[in-house]
Write a protein that binds this ligand. Sequence first.
Ligand code: LMR
Length: 401
Amino acid sequence: MLAHIQPAPPDPILGLTEAFRADPRDAKVNLGVGVYRDADGQTPVLEAVKQAERVLVETQPTKNYLPIDGDPGYTRVIRELLLGDRAEELADRTATFATPGGTGGLRVLADTLHHVESDATLWMPAPTWPNHPVIFAAASLPTRTYRYFDPKTNALDFAAAKTDLAQANPGDAVLLHGCCHNPTGVDPSPEQWAELAALAADRELLPVIDLAYLGFGDGIEADGQGVRAILAACPEAAVILSFSKNFSLYRERVGAIVVIGRDPQVASNVLSRLKQAARRNYSNPPAHGAEVVRTVLTTPALREQWQGELDTMRERIKSTRTALTAGLDARGVTLSASGNAFIAQQRGMFTMTGLTTEQVVAMRERHAVYAVDSGRINVAGITPDRLDTVCDAIADATSAG
Ligand code: LMR
């Protein structure tokens, strides 16, 4: 049987890291996978995380299994982080569920939605994170796309998004990126969030919000405005959180699903289905990352420390965006009809450069600068000492046509 298995193609993002590791050139730069690097090119464990881990080593009483939905102390603090001053009011309409990372959360939610409503379609923005369609297909959840990004203007094509979503049927789901859209870095304005929320409510769509970069755009409060707008208008919503980036806990696989139902019975029914989906996938969630997040968020000094570290990461990304714009301007490179200013205006780790796949391949082959074939770069991967290398590689690739 095994002899019939053909090799799978490399993953478009994680496969790039494998190629990068195998590249013997010293001056190589990985702008593929969305991992934050500091100015020295490192992805250190946050100090708040280190301190929480010390506490856990001393106090953790057991490694017994967690409940399928995770530790209640973790899920409570996640609900409070996400819902803020509405957490108490919405508590009995909310199902909060610990997951192995955001990917695990997306898969469990997709399994659950498909189980509940097998004809419902989930509408994804175009473009979106390349793993989204793969996860939903694996869960047999039918998908369609709505236009989101206009590559000619490097901006949100809001009129097109609304036109496409007007075709969605009641009971369909719409995938929204809560902030720092991956791969474009282009988010709706507060007014556009309010319009999207009204559209979802009018058409009776379930908003499914992927929130993997909370705090990386303009801070925790500002980055939560989309979720708040949706919850103000829609009776039901699902949010998938990841703490890979904002706690730098990538390999610990820590995330959550927060589902708000129209009444407590709905929330309880959904929770039971989430448990069923998790049990048949991986049984129950890993504990370590969730314990760290809970400890940091419930210890005022650690929470303050973490917010400072998150601010530092966000500010470095913003200043790198400005430096990249200036570096390209200085070389006479223009990545869009309106120049390079869009790079500094976008939010989060990613920007769609507009580079073609051929140009991306040229950067990789001639300069050892690795970007995703779609032209997405991880701005958070550019260190000050590699900025010139990246700008030169883009200048060379674009001048070669
Ligand atoms: C990315 O888009 O690079 C990150 O979300 C990491 C991943 O798993 O793809």
